[in-house]
Design a binder for this molecule. Structure first.
Ligand code: FAD
Length: 287
């Protein structure tokens, strides 16, 4: 399958990319790793007449920690996430999730910015960013603004990003030392998108849960921040009653479609199983 024809642009600055988006409006699409956009272009589900390739913009690369926040440049690849000592030490859930994305070929090219930006409900990183309380920095013609990951996703492929904005950074409050985290993903085969997946991040003090955060992947049009489910854990010793309530609360907000990954009821059930497993593993990892 061959994409429609397009004009190719390769700006060297974010301002240059924004200017091109401003000039060409909805005829332009940003290109990062190309592992979501190019398949869509080949299927003619996207037919942009201008491609704005971000790869030459140096400032979009890199992973650092600044004043209590982990800052990840949008062009950071999933492979670079896996190789990051900083993330391994301070935010290991990102490595765990990156390792579950597709295969090494996709991870060498696919970027974390492209993964969170495009609003594909099957992508793994958006729910994790919601669980971590991340913000996305967007730069447009009038400067920059931050959008909370929990407010970013509006419907499948519809997001709070304006069509003349570039997502430049992901900013994550550095998780508390000793926190426990886990990402549980059920998929039909290696390299597949999730049937359902759950991210859990929690802190414990003397066996009691002092904070918790839960989010779900691919069981609705958008990632789901499961606030009531997490609240059911806080203050508890993560015993069966609290975990059962959290699982029920998480299942209650799912709205999956029936598709090749299974009937809707099954996918809701799997989401609950993923939450239960992720809570148990996050508890084990904490301390
Ligand atoms: P691109 O394809 O270049 O762009 C995707 C979209 O985001 C485009 O609309 C583009 O305009 C926009 N965009 C990109 N960067 C920015 C930016 N900085 N600012 C604003 N908009 C931007 N992902 C998973 O999470 N889990 C999986 O299990 C999984 N399995 C896959 C299996 C296969 C076989 C393939 C091909 C892909 C799979 N993916 C999966 C998707 C993969 O992770 C993509 O690479 C990723 O989602 C998109 O990143 P990209 O850099 O390739 O973005």
């Amino acid at each position: 399958m061959i994409p429609g024809s397009f004009e190719y642009h390769r700006p060297e600055s974010v301002d240059g990319a924004v200017a091109l988006l401003n000039e060409h409006g909805d005829e332009a699409r940003l290109l990062a790793g190309g592992h979501s956009l190019i398949p869509m272009m080949k299927l003619r589900m996207a037919v942009p007449s201008h491609i704005v390739d971000l790869q030459a913009i140096e400032s979009l690369h890199g992973i650092s920690e600044e004043g209590g926040e982990i800052v990840i440049g949008a062009l950071t690849t999933q492979h670079e996430v896996l190789a990051s000592a900083l993330l391994a030490e301070k935010c290991p859930i990102l490595l765990e999730a990156a390792a579950l994305i597709a295969d090494p070929q996709v991870r060498y090219c696919g970027t974390i910015g492209g993964n969170v930006a495009n609003g594909d409900p099957g992508n793994d990183m958006p729910a994790i960013m919601q669980a971590l309380g991340a913000r996305y920095r967007a730069v447009g013609p009038n400067g920059s603004r931050d959008i909370a990951a929990r407010d970013y996703y509006e419907a499948a492929y519809f997001t709070a990003l304006e069509e003349n904005e570039v997502l430049t950074q992901i900013r994550i409050p550095t998780p508390a030392p000793g926190h426990g985290s886990a990402y549980e993903k059920q998929k039909r085969k290696i390299g597949d998108y999730a049937t359902a997946a759950a991210a859990v991040i929690l802190t414990l003090d003397g066996g009691r849960c002092t904070s918790a955060s839960i989010a779900l992947t691919n069981v609705a049009d958008t990632p789901l921040f499961a606030e009531a489910a997490a609240e059911a854990l806080v203050g508890s010793d993560l015993g069966q009653a609290a975990v059962d309530t959290a699982v029920k609360q998480a299942e209650a907000i799912t709205e999956p479609t029936s598709d090749g990954r299974g009937p809707a009821d099954f996918r809701t059930h799997v989401a609950g199983v993923m939450v239960r497993r992720a809570i148990a593993r996050a508890q084990k990892n904490a301390g």
